[in-house]
Design a protein. Structure first.
Length: 300
């Protein structure tokens, strides 16, 4: 059985491929709260705060016990062979849920992400496939979204930050393996979800350039720069990407080219930037003149 929180909390029977839904919203929230600290006792006071906030019901001890009993019964029905070693037990003034990392979607996500980070530099193709598997575990917002108490809110924030970093690595590997056409719509969706993530805007610019859509890439730069400058005051990644466009860097069209933002613009034997056919200098200068309206490019 798999315990799932990367979406609405539920139980998933991997033998049958079927979800085992928890019908009561409070029971789902109870499961999510216990999974925020698997294998560790969660105090009754914490559970009450997560389930009811600052306005618990009058008979809150009995009501909490009823939800715990309902969850325990559901777990036992899902795994009848565990009657001798129940998942949910009373411990230290609270309750603990016994779950190994590989038995939860969050645990599997972290395991796959760790593997991807170890292979990203040397094997972008294998890393891309691993990241596809990790991101496929997400069925929606953590714990189904909505307002939560401190424990679940903290869990949600941590997982969403990690997912955002995972998306950047996923798109980086997609572009390094020539999947720029596929990446463009996915990147647009990611940018809409995370409008203040400069790295995602930068990768969208690169994907558009790889598709021969330079003017659109510069349009992404303009919109993102206005938004991000207002919040962060500077946009070093976007500025560097625009400089690549200005010198027709090979990295704009060749996934195997070294990124000149780290080593300086790639040069030919004559000392000029090597301009791919789809980014001829005259065309690029036209983009910059027309779209940027005379904006001066400065070196970092």
């Amino acid at each position: 059985m798999q315990f799932r929180i990367l979406g609405p909390p539920d139980l998933y029977d991997e033998a049958t491929g079927r979800s085992l839904p928890l019908n009561a919203p409070k029971t789902r929230l109870l499961l999510g709260t216990l999974l925020a600290r698997p294998n560790a006792p969660v105090a009754r006071e914490t559970l009450v705060r997560e389930l009811w906030g600052t306005a618990p019901p009058r008979q809150v001890p009995h009501t909490l016990n009823a939800h715990v009993s309902a969850l325990r019964a559901r777990l036992l029905r899902a795994e009848p062979d565990r009657h001798g070693a129940p998942r949910l037990t009373a411990r230290a003034g609270g309750y603990a849920l016994a779950v190994r990392p590989e038995e939860s979607d969050a645990g599997r996500f972290h395991h796959l992400l760790g593997r991807a980070r170890r292979t990203a530099a040397r094997d972008p193709e294998g890393t891309y496939r691993t990241l596809c598997r990790s991101l496929a575990l997400w069925r929606g917002p953590v714990l189904g979204g909505g307002p939560h108490g401190p424990a679940c809110s903290g869990l949600t924030a941590r997982l969403e930050r990690v997912r955002q970093d995972t998306l950047a690595l996923y798109f980086d590997c997609a572009l390094r393996t020539g999947r720029h056409e596929r990446a463009v719509p996915e990147l647009r969706e990611a940018v809409a979800t995370h409008p203040l993530d400069e790295r995602l805007h930068d990768l969208l610019m690169l994907a558009l350039c790889r598709c021969g859509r330079g003017p659109e890439a510069i349009g992404v730069y303009q919109r993102a720069r206005r938004r991000l400058t207002a919040v962060h005051g500077r946009t070093p990644l976007l500025t560097a990407r625009l400089e690549q466009i200005s010198v027709c860097s090979p990295v704009l069209t060749d996934p195997a080219a070294e990124d000149p933002r780290a080593a300086g613009p790639a040069r030919t034997a004559t000392g000029q930037a090597d301009a791919p056919a789809s980014f001829a200098p005259r065309t690029v200068l036209g983009y910059l003149t027309e779209v940027l309206s005379g904006q001066v490019l400065t070196s970092r």
